[in-house]
Structure formats: structure tokens, C-alpha cells
Design a protein around this ligand. Structure first.
Ligand SMILES: Cc1cc2nc3c(=O)[nH]c(=O)nc-3n(C[C@H](O)[C@H](O)[C@H](O)COP(=O)(O)O)c2cc1C
Length: 305
């Protein structure tokens, strides 16, 4: 599968997931066969105004290949500047968030609110493309009603290199089952690669969704939390997994980029997903969510995994 001039190692992508798609989990997803892993969403405006907290979100290992960042915003001028900025320079791919349902984002006209304004989508994509980087857009089906076909055509007109369709409306948030019919229709409407997203967790889901939609690839979010090896499973790549050693690898990578307090906070959430994956009793989550220091965290990993 190609995105712009980049050829991806596989057609299974790791989604932007706020609070989870950090440098360390992305490394594990790549190790298990993901073709492209995005950062979580980062405010384009925050970057323009050099907001300190955004620096953590952009952490990427020098050998992470390819590097993909997701930005959110609604001002083409901001995208034009930020896409060419020093902070974004290391990234090969810029994804534009057009699916976030959160009221704080939507009320600013960002995230899924953009799906009500296809001409603005075209302008934003064109502005980001001025950077010369590959640009993708991550859509839902629509805001309150389906609009993704018109939106995808606008994105393509603006120069987008790939479209992802999460099969839910903004008004659905994460409820119900993802509907991949619109992804199929987008695939029929545009001439750029299309990726299906929503409720893909197994090889069976992967094959079924690809066949139904005709999409070029799939994107996985929740199915990769505590289970980065899902990429090997769905791609049918032989693998062995040692959860404890993956967790320790994740911590070692994260430690290079985050101060202790940030590291422990990030890992608390990851450890709850790892615990689910390792089928630990639910009450163990209490131990992980109460961790206060790096030392305590390592002890807990030793004890429970
Ligand atoms: C906790 C959480 C955080 C998310 N953060 C983002 C984000 O930063 N950017 C984005 O485009 N989508 C985000 N999403 C949506 C996912 O990328 C994905 O579209 C959605 O979860 C459906 O895929 P899944 O069924 O594989 O989880 C988030 C979803 C969850 C559950």
C-alpha cells in the first residue's frame, strides 16, 4: 500500500489514540507489523504558539519509519505554517483530524465539525500539502448525517494522499457497531488509497472488511491497546509474545522521552490494557492506577506479569 511516495510495509495501520499512541507503543506496533503508526492528535494552533505540552506528543525515535503525525485545527493558514515548521519537519505524513467528537473540539469548529464544511476541508488539505509531505485525512461517516463522500472528494481535490473512514457519525461517538458501507462508497468515489476503521480486532474482521469495502487497508485503535501483536495476528505473520518483555521495552523507550511523572501517568493506562490482555483479574487495575513512582511501577510489572 502506498501513501504519496511512501510504500508501507503492510496495510494495517495503528490509529491516533489520545493518551495511547505514544512513541513507545508505536514502536511495538511497528515491531509486530503495522505499516504506519500515527501520533495522537496534536493541536496545530498549539504548535504554532509553541505550547510546551505539545512537544511530548511529538516525540518520535530517530529510526521510527515512517513517522506520521496527526494534527487538528480548522485554519488553513495555521496548517500552512505548521506543516512547514521545524517541529513537523521529522514527519513523513501529516494526518488531519476530521473525526474527533469531543464537544471542546467540535465547538471550535475542529475535528468532526469540519465534516459540515467540505470547501474548508479542501483548503486545509491544500495548505498542509504545501509542505511537500504526504497528507491523509481521518473522517467519520459525517457529523449528524452522512457527508463523508463529499468530504473525501474535497480532500482529494485539495491533494490528499489517503483517506481513512471511521464507520460512525459524530453523534454516535463510539456507540453501536461501525458501519463500513460508507467506506466502500468512498473507495468507489475517489482515486486515492482508502483505509477502513472501526471495530477491527481479528484477522477475520480484517479480511471481511477489506472484502466488503474494497479498501486498501485497515486502521486499528482500541484493538491494539495492550495487544500490539494484533498486527501480526491480522496479517498472519508468525510471532511469539512475551508480555512482560514488551512492557519493559515500552517503558525503556518511553523513559527516554518523558520525565518520571509523565511516564508513570502514561504507563498507568497502558498497564490496565496489558492486564486485560494478560487476563489478570480486574481488581489489579487498582494497583496500576495508583502507581506513584517509576520504582513502584517496575515492582508492579515484576509482580503481576
Ligand atoms: C481513547 C481514545 C482516543 C482517541 N483519540 C483519537 C485521536 O487522537 N485522533 C483520532 O483521529 N481518533 C482518535 N480516536 C478514534 C480512533 O482513532 C478510532 O477511530 C476509533 O476508536 C475506532 O477504531 P477502533 O474500533 O479500532 O477503536 C480515539 C479513540 C479512543 C477510544
Amino acid at each position: 500500500m502506498k501513501i504519496g511516495n511512501l510504500t508501507l510495509k503492510s496495510n494495517a495501520l495503528f490509529a491516533p489514540v489520545a493518551g495511547f499512541s505514544d512513541v513507545a507503543l508505536r514502536r511495538l506496533c511497528y515491531k509486530y507489523g503495522a505499516g504506519l503508526c500515527y501520533t495522537e492528535m496534536v493541536s496545530a494552533k498549539g504548535l504554532m504558539y509553541k505550547n510546551k505540552n505539545t512537544a511530548f506528543l511529538l516525540a518520535a525515535m530517530p529510526d521510527e519509519q515512517p513517522k506520521a503525525v496527526q494534527l487538528f485545527g480548522n485554519d488553513p493558514e495555521v496548517f500552512f505554517k505548521v506543516a512547514k515548521s521545524e517541529e513537523i519537519a521529522p514527519f513523513d505524513v501529516i494526518d488531519i483530524n476530521m473525526g474527533c467528537p469531543v464537544p471542546k473540539i467540535v465547538s471550535n469548529g475542529e475535528g468532526s465539525a469540519l465534516m459540515e464544511n467540505p470547501p474548508l476541508i479542501e483548503e486545509i488539505v491544500r495548505a498542509a500539502k504545501e509542505s511537500g509531505k504526504a497528507v491523509s485525512c481521518k473522517f467519520r461517516i459525517g457529523f449528524n448525517s452522512p457527508s463523508v463522500i463529499e468530504c473525501a472528494l474535497s480532500a482529494e481535490k485539495g491533494g490528499a494522499d489517503m483517506i481513512t473512514v471511521h464507520g460512525r457519525l459524530r453523534s454516535d461517538y463510539y456507540a453501536g457497531e461501525a458501519n463500513h458501507l460508507y467506506c466502500k462508497q468512498v473507495k468507489e468515489a475517489v482515486n486515492i488509497p482508502v483505509v477502513a476503521n472501526g471495530d477491527i480486532r481479528t484477522r477475520e474482521d480484517y479480511l471481511k472488511v477489506l472484502e466488503f469495502t474494497g479498501a486498501d487497508g485497515v486502521m486499528i485503535a482500541r484493538g491494539a491497546l495492550g495487544r500490539p501483536f494484533v498486527f501480526s495476528e491480522i496479517l498472519d505473520i508468525p510471532f511469539t509474545v512475551d508480555i512482560k518483555s514488551d512492557i519493559l521495552e515500552q517503558i525503556a523507550v518511553a523513559k527516554k522521552y518523558y520525565p518520571e511523572a509523565v511516564l508513570v501517568n502514561i504507563m498507568k493506562k497502558h498497564l490496565c490494557y496489558w492486564a486485560k490482555s494478560a487476563r489478570l483479574p480486574k481488581k489489579t487495575n487498582l494497583v496500576f492506577t495508583s502507581l506513584k513512582s517509576y520504582g513502584e511501577m517496575l515492582e508492579a510489572v515484576e509482580k503481576y506479569f
